[in-house]
Design a protein around this ligand. Structure first.
Ligand SMILES: Cc1cc2nc3c(=O)[nH]c(=O)nc-3n(C[C@H](O)[C@H](O)[C@H](O)COP(=O)(O)OP(=O)(O)OC[C@H]3O[C@@H](n4cnc5c(N)ncnc54)[C@H](O)[C@@H]3O)c2cc1C
Length: 299
């Protein structure tokens, strides 16, 4: 008792747990009913790897949470002839182990391998990474390059929408407070594409990105028939560099083209100075990664 009192006096508790409410619905319909009854009141809680950091720091202002971890409708990886559908609760470890994802979607597997530690990979989910909406998140550049679609569900029904455009600004997205992210769909046409992913952080492992880059190109004798480029940590949201892509699509990838593409990219991205890095460094990293990607696909 005395130890507790002394501890409290010297180090105030960062979060007062009884102030929080956590419900654990056993079915999707039960979860959606709760969210429909009080939209925005019940915030989904999946692996908790983002939310628990806020709790520990005393910055978790939201008080009511809805655990989605027992919802089987949000689990599993389903493979069909033309797509792979990953439940929102798919963890980074599950992504890395899946044979079809390893063979056809290596950018997503590499992003999963580069996310946090093994503990974070065992617990953190793809759905949580998307909805947490960090511009430095690792899986979104891969999802953008693969033209992923996402499924949102509510009591009003289900809707699929392209992942590109889902985020509209810093931590802003096109979902309603009564909607849950249920799944992510990847069209199975990436296999013949040349693919590239690289994350640059302070350390080789367990670092948030100062810059990340995912690229894929469909090459035909040195000419890019199609090309996709996405970057993290260079704008308020993970960005698909569509202007740079347009400037490269259909042309030969020569040293002059690579240099011009770097200038186009500089006009398209909006890196900032923050605690992790500077805008100048981020711009240089983005241009270097673009150059490395284009040099690789030109060979
Ligand atoms: C030590 C550490 C290292 C990390 N390293 C990285 C890293 O290298 N790269 C990286 O990208 N991230 C990293 N993260 C962040 C985090 O692990 C990921 O963003 C993870 O994918 C979050 O998933 P989660 O299930 O834990 O989300 P949660 O913490 O449960 O939730 C995150 C957000 O998503 C919402 N949410 C979750 N699931 C759903 C759903 N189905 N529908 C609607 N909303 C939902 C929650 O309400 C919350 O707003 C790290 C975290 C830690 C603690």
């Amino acid at each position: 008792m005395r130890i507790n009192a002394r501890y409290k006096a010297s180090k105030p508790m960062r979060a007062y747990i009884p102030a929080y409410d956590l419900r654990v619905p056993g079915s999707l319909s039960e979860a959606l009913a709760l969210m429909a009854r009080e939209p925005g009141v019940w915030q989904p809680f999946a692996g908790g790897t983002d939310l628990m950091v806020l709790l520990e720091a005393g910055k978790l202002s939201h008080k009511k949470f809805l655990s989605v971890s027992r919802l089987d409708d949000l689990r599993g990886i389903e493979v069909s002839a033309d797509s792979v559908i990953l439940g929102a609760l798919t963890t980074y470890t599950e992504i890395q182990k899946h044979p079809v994802l390893r063979a056809e979607f290596p950018l997503l597997c590499t992003a999963a391998r580069e996310t946090g530690s093994i503990a974070t990979q065992n617990r953190g989910t793809l759905g949580g990474n998307i909805v947490n909406a960090s511009p430095a998140a690792d899986s979104p550049p891969a999802l953008l390059v693969y033209d992923a679609e996402i499924e949102l569900v509510s009591e009003r029904g289900a809707r699929w929408l392209p992942y590109h455009g889902f985020h509209t600004g810093y931590k802003k997205m096109q979902s309603s407070p009564d909607e849950l992210l249920r799944a992510v769909r990847l069209p199975r046409r990436a296999a013949p594409w040349r693919q590239y992913y690289r994350k640059v952080g302070t350390r080789k492992r367990q670092a948030m990105a100062k810059g990340s880059f995912a690229g894929a190109a469909l090459m035909d004798n040195g000419t890019s028939r199609d090309i996709r480029i996405a970057l993290g940590s260079v704008a308020p949201l993970v960005l698909r560099a569509v202007i740079t892509e347009d400037s490269l699509r259909g042309g030969r990838i020569t040293p002059t083209v690579i240099a011009t593409a770097g200038e186009t990219l500089a006009r398209e991205i909006v890196p900032i100075d923050d605690i992790r890095s500077t805008a100048r460094y981020r711009l240089r990293v983005a241009q270097n990664l673009l150059e490395e990607f284009l040099s690789q696909i030109s060979k």
